[in-house]
Design a protein around this ligand. Structure first.
Ligand SMILES: [Zn+2]
Length: 392
């Protein structure tokens, strides 16, 4: 045994002693569960404390952001000598995304790249560098099912997926073929907590889904959703569902959104991340038919876009935690402690785009910044009064 190993074993034994003597919960992401349990069994076979009493809690955090809606003003502003660079636009939010165990973004526009010809509203195609900037900012998963998925046809989707694969980004909601679609996306974390990501959209702006190629975009279809949630629950500890739904520019969810969220909650979805309205809609806890709670944010607004009305320049980082407690052979997984960081897309004359945490805004950035910030906080927490806002 090397000196390092001896120290490790001593440390492990010390932790076991602390565990046994305290007999209470711990939250230690770094402890190797099996080795700890194994050491404990070896050391305390004659102890009065049964080994089932050991509780180990691991925890991860997830952040989600809304629409990456790349208008021409945004990609023109990102132009550099060689290609495009969107990283400066995300610089001030990067620390918050990198900090989470897993981050998911709604990539509203396909990143088919310049070879296909870039385009803006109403049929978007964006530079692949949008993906590079998300990766750099700490995003791990992109949701691709939305009303713009088919804007530039199958070629844009296939080119985009090729790029997502090149940069090792998990994507969900649009797929390269049916085998790809059938592979449920499960993110395995080092902490031993697995999270499945599903994604669906209400429609595709009237562009028909090519016959026999429904893998190109996941539509909201209750039968499909129920089946995929069931499958995902067998493969992961937690199921996070992205839903592209609601009416554009409405600040409160409509009945169709509420009914669908109730439906997916009843099917066992743990978290719902909504988008499409381009403005923020509040966070809530929804109780399923079985009595469990599903965390929902009805709409995350625009995270980065060229849209130009105040509420359409507001988005945010939605954060929550997942803990997994193992005691004896039993496991309990909990989604808890939602948090929110409102953000603002600042620019002038369609240039110098930058996503800024609202709490950092000055009156130069936005007149009456703190008044606006307070109003957004009130709006997002209307149904969750103890919602925590990230301010550091
Ligand atoms: Zn949309």
């Amino acid at each position: 045994m090397t000196r390092g190993k001896v120290i490790k074993v001593i440390l492990l034994l010390l932790m076991v002693v602390i565990l046994v003597s305290c007999g209470k919960d711990i939250s230690e992401g770094n402890i190797d569960q099996n080795r700890t349990a194994g050491s404990h069994a070896g050391k305390t076979s004659d102890s009065r404390e049964p080994k089932e009493s050991i509780e180990i809690t691991k925890e991860i955090s997830i952040t989600a952001i809304g629409d990456m809606l790349i208008h021409n003003s945004v990609y023109n502003d990102a132009k550099v000598k060689q290609g495009y660079d969107f990283k400066p636009m995300l610089k001030r939010v990067e620390p918050f995304l990198s900090d989470a165990t897993i981050s998911i973004a709604n990539q509203e526009t396909m990143i088919g790249g310049v070879e296909l010809g870039l385009s803006s509203y109403p049929t978007f195609n964006s530079p692949t560098e949008v993906g590079d900037a998300l990766k750099w900012a700490g995003v791990d998963v992109v949701s691709l099912a939305n009303n713009h998925t088919l804007d530039r046809g199958e070629e844009a989707i296939q080119r985009a997926i090729t790029h997502w694969e090149t940069i090792d980004m998990m994507y969900t909601g649009a797929y390269k073929n049916s085998q790809d679609r059938d592979r449920v996306r499960v993110y395995e974390t080092e902490e031993g907590i697995s999270v499945a990501f599903l994604s669906y959209t209400y429609g595709t702006n009237g562009i028909p889904v090519p016959v026999g190629r429904d893998y190109l975009v996941n539509l909201i279809d209750q039968e499909l959703i129920a089946r995929e949630i069931k499958d995902a629950k067998e493969k992961a500890d937690v199921v996070v569902l992205s839903l592209h739904f609601g009416n554009e520019y409405e600040r409160m969810p409509n009945q169709i959104q509420k009914d669908l969220v109730q439906f997916v909650a009843d099917q066992g979805a743990d978290v719902v991340v909504g988008h499409h309205p381009h403005v923020l809609q509040p966070i809530d806890w929804v109780t399923s038919a079985e009595g469990s709670r599903t965390l929902v944010v009805y709409s995350l607004g625009n995270f980065l876009s060229g849209q130009d009305e105040f509420y359409r320049q507001i988005g945010g980082i939605f954060k929550f935690y997942i803990s997994k407690t193992t005691k004896g052979g039993e496991q309990e997984v909990k989604v808890h402690s939602p948090e929110f960081l409102p953000t603002y897309v600042k620019y002038s004359n369609w240039q110098d785009y930058e996503v800024i945490p609202m709490y950092q805004l000055t009156d130069q950035d936005l007149p009456n910044a703190s008044k606006h910030y307070e109003e957004i906080k009130e709006h997002m927490s209307i149904w969750v009064p103890d919602l925590k806002f990230i301010e550091e």
